[in-house]
Design a protein around this ligand. Structure first.
Ligand SMILES: Nc1nc2c(c(=O)[nH]1)N[C@H]1C(S)=C(S)[C@@H](COP(=O)(O)OP(=O)(O)OC[C@H]3O[C@@H](n4cnc5c(=O)[nH]c(N)nc54)[C@H](O)[C@@H]3O)O[C@H]1N2
Ligand SMILES: Nc1nc2c(c(=O)[nH]1)N[C@H]1C(S)=C(S)[C@@H](COP(=O)(O)OP(=O)(O)OC[C@H]3O[C@@H](n4cnc5c(=O)[nH]c(N)nc54)[C@H](O)[C@@H]3O)O[C@H]1N2
Ligand SMILES: [Mo]
Length: 763
């Protein structure tokens, strides 16, 4: 290839406009924005057809977030949101990336575009091959594509030299087949987007409560006295959660929000389902807002725990639920002893808060019985991320606020089937019992050695210990940290393969050769042997339900994800005892196999046909903590952040705008934060800007510091914002070049994308 393609997004600015930060979320503007996106991408008629089927019982699961659907009532407008509409518009777009497109645009040329421009090119219509030394992808038959993949995989010295990544949109059926193929091939190298997402939640919850998933159901929000939303921006990322919060408030519940930013969606909300309420001032959601400093959460939660303990010491039985603690938990003495090691004075500066605010919060926790705690990436992407979540569990356990109506844990998942993929065995560290059942059912020897997670996979490719990268969805180069390092890692591979719907940067940063396998999206009809199929997915609350596309596929050449797995398996596995072609002829056959190997899927084919699906078993929901090591719910001892910034340094979190889905950029606006038509910005505290002699919209270069390493990102506009001192925010994925690969969470290995230490220099 003549020149190396760019792994970094271009530095060019797009013409920023700043507006007032809006006072309310959703309302008319959200509807207008949704309809405009749908109209522009797919057209009016098809758009209406699509919107009427999102999250309906006979429709498809929204490819947006994993927030659950109500078990019973589903109104036409109720079950989609602005960002869900954008997600489907993006998938159902009229724009096509055809063989002619690839013939006229070299990989190098395409890599000069922004992620926004690359994505807007559209849906990939044919399998494509970039052979060694070529500048352009060329059309290839499915048969030849599978053959090349099979030969490359079989030429490896060991199956552990291949990496099989998964993004969280893959259906249960496809995920199950995929992990089965990978294990029959002989490796557990199954990293997934979870490793960068809720892995910290899984680790903390399994250890403390014996299940890596949340415990609440949607109905619990109607019975909660107090909902705490910490490290999460539902107004943008899980808009339908605002309805649940609003319902909680209607029943008299209170809401506490803990976030470095006053995210507008949590502050004030106008329900999209109720046009009568679009006009007027909306509903105040948050009762108490704690504007915590980035990574100040453990310090804050420790102060709360200390205040709870003080009150309990003063007035026994006024705070702790002793009956629950005695019967259900282990480790309280160690926790209480550890709390004495910290002083409030010492912890307070890390939070950036006033003690009076924390006292008010503690009062609400003390005086309410049923507490739900919701969180997302604001807690999971730090060095002490697992501590963050375990500390939340400590609070719930002291109150006995779990395993009963209106109370419990609510880690709000990202991708629409990321939780289901894990249930199906997409995990680099599978349980022995899971492998035992696979072996029994499929009569093969499953590999037992744990595989690579995302960070380890990048390192292995960098060190040439792994030579083939296979991505089941996702956009590995743009989603992972340390963009330049990861690019080198991918370029070291002999072959990179992506199963994708839309063009993205990962198709351009390739191994010696590369293949794109275009697949059907959620919104499209899937026929196998002339019979229409449906798939199933699991939402954030453990409900497994159907999803069935309604549109004609955007190209005749597309295959479904299960069919692609079967194709690769047939071309790779010489002696498989599994009849891959038969399994994909009718997805009921795959579901029968899932039922035979994974607990909780009894009568899968029958129950998946029941309206709304079924709940998977959840021990924590039933107040049963026997699966933990002690057989009880475990209190834990956690550490506040150890990061100390020097005077010139800032903490940077990388967050999502209102106009993107991870690396898929819908548009260039962040309407809820008053930033239009620009993504290369850095939100800063006004006083910090003064100290650096920065004026609004000055251009700055950012350097991140980790151990002795430095990383640079150039050309960002400084935007004064309501954010705590020494805290800053930039957008993901533009700022990923600054996130060091080795800066990651203890235990879960999740990249610390919310605690990047930076310095800022004016141009
Ligand atoms: N429209 C849309 N929907 C999405 C996505 C999308 O990109 N677009 N992505 C999906 C995915 S995969 C995921 S994982 C989720 C992500 O959903 P979120 O976790 O809500 O997404 P982020 O933008 O990363 O926002 C993190 C929030 O945490 C806050 N925060 C950051 N650091 C800290 C901290 O140290 N402490 C506290 N208390 N708060 C902090 C930030 O200010 C921000 O409000 O959304 C899913 N849904
Ligand atoms: N700095 C920073 N980095 C982060 C984060 C952060 O907050 N900050 N968040 C992290 C998180 S929470 C996550 S989950 C990861 C996300 O990481 P990924 O899941 O890898 O990234 P996505 O952007 O969601 O993937 C988008 C691509 O998926 C493909 N796609 C879409 N739908 C389908 C489908 O139905 N099937 C198939 N096969 N392909 C499809 C399209 O080609 C699209 O370009 O990023 C992580 N990276
Ligand atoms: Mo995520």
């Amino acid at each position: 290839m003549s020149k190396t393609p760019n792994e970094k997004p271009p530095e060019k600015l797009t013409g920023i406009r700043l507006t007032e930060v809006p006072k309310t979320a959703v309302g008319v503007k959200a509807i207008v924005s949704a309809v405009t996106h749908v109209k522009n991408e797919v057209g009016v008629a098809k758009g209406i057809q699509l919107l009427s089927k999102i999250n309906q019982i006979d429709g498809f699961d929204c490819p947006g977030c994993a927030w659950p659907d109500p078990d019973e009532k589903r109104a036409f407008l109720a079950e989609y949101c602005e960002n869900g509409a954008k997600a489907i518009a993006e998938e159902a777009t009229k724009n096509k990336v055809s063989p002619i497109f690839f013939a006229t645009n070299s990989v190098q040329e395409l890599s000069k575009l922004s992620d926004y421009e690359i994505g807007k090119s559209g849906r990939i219509t044919h399998p494509m091959y970039l052979s060694e030394g070529k500048d352009n992808y060329e059309k290839i038959s499915w048969e030849n594509a599978f053959k090349i993949i099979g030969e490359e995989l079989n030429s490896l010295d060991s199956p552990d030299e291949a990496i099989f990544y998964t993004s969280g949109r893959t259906s249960n059926e496809a995920a199950f087949l995929y992990q089965l193929f990978v294990r029959q091939f002989g490796t557990n190298n199954l990293p997934d987007c979870s490793n960068m997402c809720h892995e910290s939640s899984g680790a903390a919850l399994s250890e403390t409560l014996g299940i890596g998933k949340g415990s609440v159901t949607l109905e619990d929000f109607n019975h909660a006295d107090l909902v705490i939303v910490i490290g999460q921006n539902p107004g943008t990322n899980h808009p339908r959660m605002l309805t649940a919060l609003s319902d909680a408030k209607k029943q008299g519940g209170k809401i506490i929000t803990i976030n470095p930013l006053p995210e507008v969606g949590l502050m004030n909300y106008k329900a999209p389902q109720n046009p009568l309420k679009w006009i007027g001032s909306g509903q105040q959601l948050t009762d108490l807002f704690l504007q915590v400093k980035i990574n100040g959460d453990v310090a804050l939660l420790k102060i709360i725990l200390k205040l709870m303990k003080e009150k309990e010491d003063d007035e026994p039985n006024s705070v702790f639920n002793h009956k629950f603690i005695k019967e259900k938990t282990a480790g309280i003495d160690a926790l209480l002893k550890d709390l004495d090691l910290y002083s409030i004075e010492e912890l307070l500066p890390q939070t950036g808060l006033k003690l009076s605010e924390i006292k008010e919060t503690t009062e609400l926790i003390i005086n309410n019985e049923n507490i739900i705690i919701c969180w997302a990436m604001g807690l999971t992407q730090h060095k002490n991320a697992v501590d963050n979540i375990r500390e939340l569990v400590n609070i719930l356990l002291l109150k006995g606020s779990i395993g009963k109506k209106g109370a419990g844990t609510c880690p709000v998942r990202g991708h629409s089937n990321v939780q289901g993929d894990r249930t199906m065995g997409i995990w680099e560290r599978p349980k022995a019992s899971f492998l035992d059942s696979l072996e029994k059912e499929f009569k093969f020897k499953a590999p037992r050695k744990h595989g690579f997670d995302v960070v380890e996979a990048i390192d292995a490719m960098y060190k040439k210990k792994a030579k083939v990268f296979f991505g089941m969805g996702g956009n590995f180069i743009s989603a992972t940290p340390d963009t330049s390092f990861t690019a080198k890692a991918l370029r070291n591979c002999n072959l990179t393969v992506h199963v994708s719907t839309k063009l993205n940067r990962s198709h351009l940063i390739t191994g010696k050769s590369a293949i794109i396998l275009p697949c059907l999206g959620r919104t499209e009809k899937d026929f196998q042997e002339n019979k229409e199929q449906f798939v199933s997915v699991e939402n954030s609350m453990g409900v497994v339900h159907q999803s069935k596309g309604t549109l004609k596929p955007c190209s005749k050449e597309l295959l479904s994800e299960p069919a692609i797995v079967a194709g690769v398996a047939n071309a790779t596995l010489k002696k498989s005892t599994t009849n891959w072609s038969k399994l994909i002829s009718n997805y009921d056959l795959i579901r029968t196999k899932i039922e035979a190997t994974i607990p909780g899927f009894e009568n899968y084919n029958e129950r998946i046909r029941i309206k709304g699906g079924f709940y998977l078993p959840n021990n924590a929901r039933k107040s049963d903590f026997t699966p933990t090591k002690t057989g009880k719910a475990n209190f834990s001892i956690n550490k506040p952040s150890e990061i100390e910034l020097d005077k010139h340094q800032f903490m940077m979190m990388t967050i999502r705008t209102h106009d993107q889905y991870n690396t898929t950029i819908y548009g260039l606006d962040d309407r809820y934060r008053g930033v239009l038509n620009e993504r290369r910005i850095i939100f800063m505290n006004e006083n910090d800007m003064k100290l650096l002699h920065l004026k609004k919209l000055d251009v700055v270069d950012i350097t991140s510091h980790f151990k002795n390493e430095k990383r640079e990102a150039k050309g960002f506009l400084a935007v004064p914002y309501n954010i705590p001192k020494q805290c800053t925010a930039t957008y993901f994925p533009e700022a990923n070049v600054l996130v060091p690969l080795k800066s990651k969470a203890d235990i879960s290995n999740t990249p610390a994308s919310k605690t990047v230490i930076i310095t800022i220099k004016k141009r």
